[in-house]
Design a protein around this ligand. Structure first.
Ligand code: NAD
Ligand code: ZN
Length: 389
């Protein structure tokens, strides 16, 4: 089959690779019809996540048709049209039973390696390095999906791929980021980052009852997309965000703040995990504002900090003094995608959220390397790239 393969930092190509096989009786094979490029993929391309190995297949936002199932798969059948949440759930460990599927204890075959390096093990994630299990990703024609009964979800036939694809990640991620704000009537929510995750955070914050949402980014077209959802934009390239937020909230600051940025590379530096550590530190000291730090400083006293942006390694110079003395509460995590699927599908069916709004580019799988360039450098007004294998 054809697949998008990681060959090193900023080195990607579409190659011929072996077709995936059923390895466990609970596996299924999915023929992929649509798959997307995520901000998290950029961290891998930039070399910010260790234990990528040349030859790894990227991609964790994908859907398609089930073409083969192992002999212990019961709920899912060949021919089902399914979406595949990015964190892999075993369906029966303590975490999965508590709907904390992105913390699953059984889906990462490299858990021991992760524990040795980090002291904890993340759940398995498709196409997301060997510390999350080394699973081949979904920017490919086919993918092996473990624990198929717990991880594949049939989608209503009246909804197009474009309407349901983002249920695999960025839509529930934005929703969980907003839910983590614990929004009360009248609340003002400020969102750093207007990429796909930020866009869905903004829309979800309104669904969850926010009175006002303030959107912060430097790309006018992303701010414009946020405005169309009702958010009030601030371009941090031209405006002092801290001062602007004070002015907009009667001097108090937003009730909750969301980091939908993470360890963005800003397109600078050679990349690499050690560079990421330096970058995070450096960005606190130069003109590049560090989104999480800025968010903590801007949040009103007693407010909530919701971190959807992905971090790895160490992030120095966090304003812990402000965090503690302002009595802030932080909620974060990789998204527990599974627990949001039913309610978000309902929102889509009722037309209350339109996931297709963020799609700016639909490309073939062969064009994936170009898709990464467009998305990474935000060229051609790119917000989200969908690939059709
Ligand atoms: P993206 O790169 O398209 O969006 C990031 C946006 O942040 C860009 O528009 C960029 O201009 C903006 N930005 C950069 N620095 C900023 C700053 N200092 N202030 C304000 N805005 C700034 O990526 P995305 O797909 O939207 O993903 C965003 C983050 O969410 C990434 O870190 C990604 O890894 C993470 N993510 C987390 C989960 C999860 O489960 N928690 C899931 C998916 C993605
Ligand atoms: Zn993603």
């Amino acid at each position: 089959m054809r697949a998008l393969v990681w060959h090193g930092i900023n080195r990607l190509s579409v190659d011929n690779v072996p077709d995936p096989q059923i390895l466990q009786p609970t596996d299924a094979i999915v023929r992929i019809t649509s798959t997307a490029i995520c901000g998290s993929d950029l961290h891998l391309v930039d070399g910010y996540v260790p234990t990528m190995v040349p030859g790894d297949i990227l991609g964790h936002e994908f859907m398609g048709e089930v073409v083969e199932v192992g002999h212990e798969v019961r709920r899912i059948k060949v021919g089902d049209r399914v979406i595949v949440p990015f964190p892999i759930s075993c369906g029966h460990c303590w975490y999965c039973e508590h709907s904390l599927t992105s913390l699953c204890d059984n889906s990462n075959p490299n858990a021991k390696l992760a524990e040795a390096l980090w002291g904890y093990s993340p759940a398995g994630i498709y196409g997301y390095s060997h510390l999350t299990g080394g699973y081949s990703g979904g920017q490919a024609q086919f993918a092996r999906t473990p624990f198929a009964d717990a991880n594949l979800f049939r989608v209503p036939s009246e909804l197009s791929d474009e309407q349901v694809l983002f249920l695999t990640d960025v839509l529930p991620t934005g929703y969980m980021a907003a839910e983590n704000c614990r929004i009360q009537p009248g609340d003002v929510v400020a969102v750093w980052g207007c990429g796909p995750v930020g866009q869905f955070t903004i829309r979800s914050a309104f669904l969850l009852g926010a009175e006002r949402v303030i959107a912060i980014d430097r790309f006018p077209e992303r701010l414009e997309l946020a405005s169309r959802a009702g958010a009030e934009p601030i371009n941090y390239a031209h405006t002092n965000v801290f001062e602007a937020l004070k002015l907009m909230t009667g001097g108090r600051g937003p009730d909750s703040v969301v980091d939908a940025v993470g360890m963005e590379a800003h397109g600078t530096g050679p990349g690499g995990i050690y560079d990421a550590v330096k970058q995070t530190t450096r960005s606190l000291e130069t003109e590049r504002p560090h989104a999480l730090r800025a968010a903590i400083q801007a949040c009103r006293k007693g407010g909530t900090v919701s971190v959807a942006g992905v971090y790895g390694g160490f992030s120095d110079k966090m304003p812990l003094g402000a965090y503690m003395n302002k009595a802030l509460t932080m909620h974060t995590g990789q998204t527990h995608v599974h627990r949001y699927l039913e309610r978000l599908t309902e929102h889509i069916l009722r037309g209350e959220i339109d996931p297709t709004q963020i799609i700016t580019h639909t490309l073939s799988l062969e064009e994936a390397p170009r898709g990464y360039q467009l998305f990474k450098h935000k060229q051609d007004s790119c917000v989200k790239v969908v690939l059709r294998p």
